[in-house]
Design a protein around this ligand. Structure first.
Ligand code: GLU
Length: 483
């Protein structure tokens, strides 16, 4: 089998987001599964729309996720052309000229005002899909010379073959056919010598020997134009694979424009999602593994990848599932890695970590390893340890009232905790147990009053560990204070 070569081709008009990450990731998995090459090409011909820092954001975030390019402008290989479209203007012009010579393209001198007026005319006469009227398709050499003498620069238009069927076997949609009737002669090289997207993409994919094009379904309408250019250049088209949309819970396409605030990979990174979990979740968007298991490492994904398992319907971006997957990864990492990771997310303006020694801080952080879904959630839990609460809130006071004779619990635990010499989790557990036996309490009736009396909160992590970490002095003071 020929070595597969796939590419991810971002335009640096924005940062790496969920949609283009899914495209990058599927191309990467496809290439790696077949031991082929994964290439990143920068489609930056639209110089005005390029955003500063976008290319860096693409690479930084892809690398963070573990998606590494075998070839890119940072790591070029010999024999596949340049990896940035802005460095290929000469090639596009050369190939456009070749098509002119072969009479597969022609120079068009129509002004934009003329084109617009004709479009309006077609629309008002009931044609919903206006096409170029071919005014310049048959200019004589004299007419061309005349325009050129007046220094009018032409657009180069592709001569669309008339009434011809184009067919491709898309990996997601199976057989897709288009008729060239639906497409007017389109511009391939603008008068300012900038190649249009459809033309540059084909020239590059040929140049880079791309075998499979995996991209979002918004590009399906570009495919017939691209197939025609392949034909005109006598080149074999790649296998196409148009991934279905990613939608949000309201079935709208996931995008910043549709109001999806959490759209960029960097946002998930700064919220404390693990790269392996993001990779795992995005790998399930529009692709499904066989069987029930959904947690896969990158290596496992590469192994089980199968291009026949792309989904035919849109996939919903389900943030709760992402949270769940992230929590699975948080549980799996070693305590040491978890501690290194989680401390980055503690809001030090709210919580003064120097209040405790490292050992105690580690114990506190570990209490939540299995509780939180992503990094910044740690901050929802730290008040208990870092901020003194002199007052219990009303709801907690009400709960306490419903728990029967609290004074007897208060008196009993105050005395018993006072007696502990070696303050540790085991000793504390024993006292909780004997409170139950002595006062004939169990379950919520036992744990809730102890928790509220010792911590001031109705909920929290493992009780005995929490009491141990808070320390004897603070626990005794808290119990004495609670009424
Ligand atoms: N540059 C295009 C985009 O960002 C990708 C084109 C393609 O994959 O053919 O959508």
């Amino acid at each position: 089998m020929k070595k597969v070569r796939l590419r991810y081709a971002p335009s640096p008009t924005g940062y790496l987001h969920i949609g283009n990450t899914r495209t990058a990731l599927m191309n990467y998995l496809f290439a790696k599964h077949y031991k082929g090459d994964f290439i990143v090409r920068i489609e930056d011909t639209d110089l005005e729309r390029n955003v500063d820092g976008a290319i860096e954001s693409q690479f930084d975030n892809m690398n963070w996720l573990g998606i590494f390019a075998d070839e890119s402008f940072l790591k070029p290989a010999e024999g596949f052309g340049k990896y940035k479209q802005s460095e290929k203007f000469e090639l596009y012009e050369e190939i456009a000229n070749q098509l002119l010579k072969d009479k597969k393209a022609y120079k068009c001198f129509c002004s934009s005002e003329e084109l617009e007026a004709d479009r309006e005319k077609q629309l008002s006469s009931g044609n919903p899909a206006p096409q170029y009227n071919k005014k310049c398709a048959n200019l004589t050499q004299e007419q061309i010379n005349e325009f050129e003498q007046k220094n009018i620069l032409p657009n180069i238009r592709f001569l669309v073959p008339s009434n011809k069927e184009y067919k491709t076997i898309d990996l997601v949609r199976d057989e897709v056919t288009f008729n060239s009737k639906e497409i007017g002669d389109f511009v391939i090289l603008k008068s300012n010598k900038i190649a249009t997207y459809n033309f540059a993409v084909v020239v590059d994919d040929i140049d880079m020997k791309i075998t499979h094009v995996v991209r979002g379904e918004e590009h399906i309408s570009n495919t017939p134009r691209q197939l025609m250019i392949y034909e005109a250049l006598n080149a074999e088209p790649p296998v196409f694979c148009h991934l279905t949309l990613i939608v949000d819970e309201t079935h709208k396409k996931l995008s910043k424009r549709s109001g999806n605030e959490m759209f960029f990979i960097s946002q998930y990174k700064s919220q404390g999602y693990l790269p392996e979990a993001m990779f795992n979740y995005i790998g399930l968007l529009g692709w499904s593994p066989p069987g029930e298991v959904e947690i896969f490492s990158k290596e496992e994904f590469i192994k089980i990848f199968d291009e026949k398992r792309f989904s035919k319907s849109p996939s919903t971006f389900d943030v709760n599932k992402l949270k769940w997957i992230n929590s699975q990864y948080m549980k799996k990492i070693s305590d040491q890695d978890y501690l290194l990771f989680i401390k980055e997310f503690v809001d030090e303006k709210r919580f003064n970590l120097s209040k405790y020694d490292t050992n105690t801080i580690d114990k506190i952080m570990l209490l939540f390893k299995r509780e939180i879904d992503f990094g910044v959630q740690i901050n929802d839990h730290l008040d208990l340890f870092f901020n003194e609460h002199s007052k219990m809130d009303e709801a907690t006071k009400d709960t306490l009232k419903e728990l029967g004779n609290i004074n007897e619990v208060k008196k009993f635990i105050l005395e018993e905790f006072e007696k502990i010499k070696d303050w540790n989790e085991e000793a504390i557990k024993l006292i909780i147990k004997s409170t139950g036996i002595q006062l004939n309490r169990k379950g919520k009736e036992l744990f809730m009053p102890i928790r509220i009396l010792t911590t001031g909160f109705e909920h929290g992590p493992e009780l005995a560990k929490t009491i141990e970490i808070l320390g004897k002095d603070r626990i005794l003071a808290n119990i004495a204070k609670k009424s």
